[in-house]
Design a protein around this ligand. Sequence first.
Ligand code: SF4
Length: 288
Amino acid sequence: MATLKRSYPDNVAGDFFVDNTCIDCDMCRQIAPSVFQEASDHSFVYHQPGSDREQLRAKMALVACPTGSIGARSKPNLEAALAAFPEKVDDNVYFCGFASESSYGAASYLIQRPEGNVLVDSPRAARQLVKKIEELGGVATMFMTHRDDVADHEKLHGHFGCRRIIHRADSRGIAAEHFLEGDEPVELDSQLTAIPVPGHTRGSVVLLYKGKYLFTGDHLAWSEERGGLTAFRRVAWYSWRHQIESMKRLLDFNFEWVLPGHGRRGRQPAAIMRRKLEECIEWMIEVA
Ligand code: SF4
């Protein structure tokens, strides 16, 4: 629970505020960019929400914040914000909100499909979210892109009885029902391809859905500053050199969407996304 006593002085006066427990995960700035902004190492409220839509987005950020660092003096009704997740991103692909501190506020996603829903990485197992996911058909498979973003996978597995998939190289201390091995792409079914991308961690894997949606964990993200794709050298825990090679292997695949754990989502026609991927690889080599 955020407390006024700990709130940052850079919050603009008004109802909403961010306190100094913020871990600077970016989630609130993605959900409500007209309300939250980044300072050196945290978010703060730079504009108090005015319209109904801004109010809802600010409350959704409050609900999604992994550390409970967003507060509101008025103790607002959060019912609509709690019910807003999972939020549709496109077609049958949803953003789960409800980030977990143990995943450093990483985003997770739900693919709703007749063949069985897929949860990509684990959100916080909040009661309201679990209920909404139940209404959308539950979870048949939980795909964990890497070891950092597994959050409440045990609780969610216990509730939904889903099969969990993770790469063997990232599985130490993490229970799963299906372990991926090696560096070759694996067709999980006719719509889902798991593509190992060692770099951020040894066992990082991205998930391609229908040749359109690429769920990238912490391997690859969209950057608004760069106007293209980016990777995070500072957190290449396993190897930046291997991450470059993994990135090159993605040139074998078409995709229009990049849906990361950390960083921004991006959508472009496949041909442009490919060019952005080539530019990203050139940049990665330059800064190596
Ligand atoms: S969502 Fe919470 S932890 Fe993340 S940047 Fe915003 S206030 Fe900080």
